[in-house]
Write a protein that binds this ligand. Structure first.
Ligand code: ASP
Length: 594
């Protein structure tokens, strides 16, 4: 070994020991003849002192050191002089007298500070990712990710799960996104698809009898890179046989609590995790991934609105829409400009406008003079009072309303709720609020294609009691699926699967998949299901998102060692690249770039 200790190992008890350390120059300071080096490795920092009286030659060499040089130092450990201890550092009580110094490698001046958490353009960080990974922020994220994954592996192994790898070169998988395709050289004109998830394979592993499977699986989806999406991401993929919904949810709940409590100092707000059914989540929070760290729930004023003199409201309700509102507590002082900004915000989510009302007096809004409002002149004083009281409005509150078709009312107000939750600091950043959402609709109507789509995926089972509805009123049937939500992000989705061939074929039929077509795409599944398939179900928590939320990061790129940019490019390696004519020829591919 080129070192005897790491840079976070030496303590007072090592006083007098001769040690060898190796690492990067984090910082050099020259002080009245002494040269101080903070030597860094991934474990931490150790202060080295070069004293001209101890070894003039070494001191001379030390004066040539620059940040990020890789060096090896041999020297004796000594306590730092009084007043120079650094309690923030594990090694802050000691320093090493540098007797011998070897420069193992020089370094160019890095394009950004490695030793400081300065704000650096993300493009530059991605271009020099290996330098960014040396910095404290990414280092702690990568270490947290390692701890989480290791915890998962140990936990599941202890629960009798078997880790099994599944192929990356496979066939199109039904998660609903676009596939990444890989042309086959050996089979001209044919393509593999990179798995959007190991969904089919994990179900086949159940058919094979390995009743508890998991994998830390890479998934590939060719989607537009909105927000925290990446073309490739990592799931804990998991499947179990002879289970029902509660078994899978119970296991994941114990796992999540274990991850948080053993690897972070974060607080979990509710244990056990609350369960909301889909309808309740939509009604109260406007979204199926509710952030339950705070209240600010949506109030349905449709029945008041239906009878009101405000035509925008009454017409919306008459047309089957919903009028809902939020009470932005204490924001009554918002200027017109600020309210206009909120209006623009909801418009992004399809709302036509935002009706507003400021509660101005302490009398509960009695009388027309009691509130300022964008629509007050259309309402009677009694109507205004009734609306204020339904939203529990108090003086100084700003009440905000959207009137639209249910999907738009929910989406726009649900998003506005999250935005206001942030602005009003309605929650403690350190708190983690998990909840389950269950009882999703089994199918969603695809108006463009005039058919039903599975709301989760093709293999999810309907609720037993709702199977008759598949013939009479498919839209009312609920599926055996469950989503786990953390602080407003969906972090896992899964379901109990269909395990009988006849039900599977009925579902194929409902979603307009001809049985022949289904056989072509999923023939191996249909066939396998005839050889004794156990009842089974599973789930797939997203590792990147979970670590992102535990690390308090705004984006999954911060917890992935080598992420792609927003435009799905690797800025460090320069991928994707063009390839040679010869490579294309071997693959029987001609480009058509017009
Ligand atoms: N394959 C699903 C997904 O990736 C998860 C599951 O149903 O287990 O979302």
């Amino acid at each position: 070994m080129l070192r005897t200790h790491t840079c976070n190992q030496l303590r007072l008890e090592h006083e007098g020991h001769e040690v060898t350390l190796a690492g990067w120059v984090n910082r050099r300071r020259d002080h009245g003849g002494l040269i101080f080096i903070d030597l860094r490795d991934r474990w931490g920092l150790t202060q080295i002192v070069f004293d001209p009286d101890l070894n003039a030659e070494t001191h001379e060499l030390a004066s040539t050191l620059r940040n990020e040089y890789v060096i090896q130092v041999i020297g004796r450990v000594r306590p730092r002089p009084q007043g120079q201890k650094n309690p923030a550092l594990g090694t802050g009580d000691i320093e090493v007298e540098g007797q011998t110094l070897k420069i193992l490698n020089k370094a160019k001046t890095p394009p950004f500070d490695v030793n400081k958490e300065t704000v650096v353009d993300e493009g530059l960080r991605l271009r020099y990712r290996y330098l960014d990974l040396r910095r404290q922020r990414l280092k702690s994220n990568i270490m947290l990710r390692h701890d989480v994954v290791r915890y998962i592996r140990n936990f599941l192994a202890d629960e009798g799960f078997v880790e099994i790898e599944t192929p990356i070169l496979f066939k199109t998988t039904p998660e609903g996104a676009r596939d990444y395709l890989v042309p086959s050289r050996v089979h001209p004109g044919r393509f593999y698809a990179l798995p959007q998830s190991p969904q089919q394979l994990k179900q086949l592993i159940m058919v094979a009898g390995y009743d508890r499977y998991f994998q830390i699986a890479r998934c590939f989806r060719d989607e537009d890179q909105r927000g925290d999406r990446q073309p490739e991401f990592t799931q804990l993929d998991l499947e179990m046989s002879f289970v029902d919904r509660d078994d899978v949810m119970g296991l994941i709940e114990r796992l999540m609590i274990g991850i948080v409590e053993n690897n972070t100092g974060r607080q979990i707000l509710y244990k056990p995790f609350p369960r909301l059914n889909y309808r309740e989540a939509m009604e109260r929070f406007g979204r199926d991934n509710p952030d339950i760290r705070f209240g600010l729930e949506l109030a349905d004023i449709s029945s008041l609105a239906a009878k009101s003199g405000f035509k925008v409201f009454s017409d919306t309700v008459a047309a089957g829409g919903l009028v809902k509102g939020l009470n932005a507590k204490g924001l009554g002082h918002y200027s017109r400009k600020q309210i206009d900004e909120l209006t623009d915000f909801v418009k992004e989510f399809g709302a036509k406008g935002l009706a507003w009302l400021v509660v101005e007096t302490g009398d509960g809004g009695q009388g027309t003079g009691a509130s300022r409002s964008s629509f007050g002149k259309f309402l009677s004083p009694e109507e205004t009072t009734a609306i204020i009281s339904q939203l529990q409005g108090e003086p100084g509150d700003l009440l905000l309303f959207v009137a639209d078709q249910p999907a738009i009312t929910h989406e726009s107000l649900g998003r506005l709720r999250v935005e206001l939750g942030q602005r009003l600091r309605l929650y403690d950043e350190n708190v983690l609020a998990f909840c389950w959402v269950i009882d999703f609709p089994f199918l969603v109507w695809n108006a463009e294609e005039n058919r039903w789509d599975p709301s989760h995926h093709l293999f999810t089972a309907p609720m037993d009691e709702d199977i008759p509805l598949l013939d009479t009123d498919p839209g009312q049937a609920r599926g055996k699926q469950y989503d786990l939500v953390l602080n407003g992000y969906e972090i896992a989705g899964g379901s109990i699967r269909i395990h009988q061939r006849d039900l599977q074929e009925r579902v194929f039929g409902l979603i307009g998949l001809e049985i022949e077509e289904a056989k072509q795409q999923f023939g191996h599944m249909v066939e396998a299901f005839e050889y004794g398939t156990p009842p089974h179900g599973g789930i797939a928590p997203g590792i990147d998102r979970i670590v992102m939320l535990l690390a308090g990061e705004p984006n999954i790129r911060e917890v992935i060692a080598f992420p792609k940019s927003q435009s799905a490019a690797d800025l460090m390696a320069g991928a994707p690249t063009t390839v040679t004519e010869q490579q294309l020829k071997e693959l029987h591919i001609k480009l058509d770039l017009e």
